[in-house]
Design a protein around this ligand. Structure first.
Ligand code: UD1
Length: 430
């Protein structure tokens, strides 16, 4: 299995292009199941999760053409995908495909909406808590689906098709909102989703569905009104920039020091995290080409934060924030409110010399003067990249083992960092 070697202590200077958002590209690709027409998606990142979803969609009968090359074969940033689901040939999403990536469970809604039946394995994904799908299933039931669980599969039927309904989620869920939004696009009449997630990736999917002919009001708010249609059109849509990749590199610059332009991203996707970054002493500036982050010389100030649904501080940046705080000049407190058990990075950061105490959902981080390179293990997607940030700050060599998690969500991570001066390389193992 590949490893990543980092020699820390080098500041980052230069330009990092930000890729299309994984968490938008995945549901946008799934939206192709809703129509027999062609859906063209631009700026799709080349990631293991995207390639895994391609396999799943192909199994359902989706035809994929990638401009000028095969899916997953290229190194250029931002692929253009042409997805056409003229005929759905299989309504089953099998365990060996779905268990590797939680978002693939979202094929359920579109399959029932279009084919009136689906059999989808209960999902897997990062081990960051129990992550149930009860709200997905309740939402689809409210739209008229009959749902049974059989041998680890969700078996859903809607012989008369889905019909619009008012759905109030008991808590904010990105996945449940995507699931119901996608299904409602082909339901009869109006669906209202109350307490919908407001993450920009939901807005991106809703904008694409609008281009496909669905009337949607309330994009960006917690109440979505969706007028379903019998058939949807094709569309051309550009995936929005990845705010988690943006934040990760912004934190990396704050950690290592330097001056980097994060090109092609948008400040408004990540205002809360940028505010926190400023509190730590970094400079963050919205510029015409993206966002510029600088930190020169001075120390890192401690902060107190808690993770929240958008527009709050994202849980997907919690681990990276903790890595940065490991070298702050005081005591920081980070509370994780979205996922229980999303602290697997703590013991790995400790191997590099971080001083972190855990009590329930709260981590208290006493900044240390120096981190020291060590062997560490990547445990989940965001935890892995927090080790990269820590490695950039640490003295000497850090070796990150089991980096396949990184490849699920970060496109050309080593290349992007080494272009800015970082001493980072992949050690390939046969
Ligand atoms: C998505 C993101 C993930 C991010 C998370 C929160 C993708 C592909 N993944 O994950 O990167 O960390 O949003 O911003 O976009 N819950 C239930 N019942 C449900 C569904 C969720 O109790 O039916 C709970 C979860 O256990 C969790 C909380 O709701 O505690 C939020 O989860 P959710 O927003 O659904 O996360 P995902 O969609 O899985």
């Amino acid at each position: 299995m590949d490893r990543i070697k980092i020699i820390g202590g080098v500041p980052l200077n230069g330009v990092i292009p930000i890729s299309g958002a994984k968490n938008a590209a995945l549901p946008l690709m799934i939206a192709s199941l809703l129509t027999g027409e062609r859906l063209t998606l631009k700026n799709v990142p080349n990631l293991a999760d995207v390639n895994q979803l391609v396999r799943i969609l192909r199994n359902h009968g989706v035809d994929l053409a990638v401009d000028g090359k095969r899916a997953g074969s290229g190194v250029l940033l931002g692929d253009t995908f042409h997805l056409t689901a003229r005929e759905i040939v299989d309504t089953t999403a099998p365990y060996d495909m779905v268990s590797r990536m939680r978002a693939s469970f979202w094929v359920l809604g579109p399959l029932i909406a279009r084919m009136r039946e689906a059999r989808v394995s209960l999902p897997g994904g990062c081990a960051i808590g129990t992550r149930p799908v009860d709200m997905h299933l309740t939402g689809l039931k409210q739209l008229g689906a009959q749902i049974d669980i059989d041998s680890g599969y969700v078996v859903a039927r809607a012989p008369n098709g889905l019909r619009g309904e008012r759905i109030t989620f008991p808590k904010v869920s990105v996945g449940a909102t995507h699931q119901v939004l996608l299904a409602a696009a082909l339901a009869k009449g109006e669906t209202v989703i109350e307490n919908a997630a407001r993450e920009p990736e939901i807005g991106d999917v809703a904008s694409c569905l609008r281009k496909m002919g669905v009337e949607i009001e309330g994009i960006g708010t917690s109440t979505l009104h969706i007028q379903g249609r019998d058939q949807l059109d094709g569309a051309i849509h550009t995936v929005l920039p990845d705010r988690i990749e943006t934040g990760t590199f912004a934190f990396a610059v704050a950690a290592a020091g330097g001056d980097v332009l994060l090109k092609g991203t948008r400040y408004d996707l990540l205002s809360a995290a940028f505010e926190v970054l400023r509190e730590t002493g970094a400079q963050v500036e919205e510029v015409s080409e993206g966002v510029r982050v600088t930190r020169n010389g001075e120390g890192i100030a401690p902060v107190t934060i808690e993770t929240q649904p958008f527009p709050g501080f994202p849980t997907d940046l919690q681990a990276q924030m903790m890595a940065l705080m490991a070298r702050s000049s005081g005591t920081s407190v980070i509370r994780e409110t979205i996922f229980e058990n999303r602290f697997m990075h703590v013991q790995e950061l400790a191997r590099l010399g971080a001083d972190i105490q855990l009590h329930g959902d709260t981590a208290t981080i006493k900044g240390v003067e120096d981190l020291h390179g060590a062997q560490v293990m990547a445990t989940d997607l965001r935890a892995s990249v927090s080790l990269v940030i820590a490695g950039l700050m640490a003295e000497g060599e850090t070796m990150i083992n089991r980096v396949y998690h990184l490849d699920r969500g970060f496109e050309m991570l080593e290349e992007k960092l080494s272009c800015c001066g970082a001493r980072i390389e992949r050690v390939r193992e046969e």
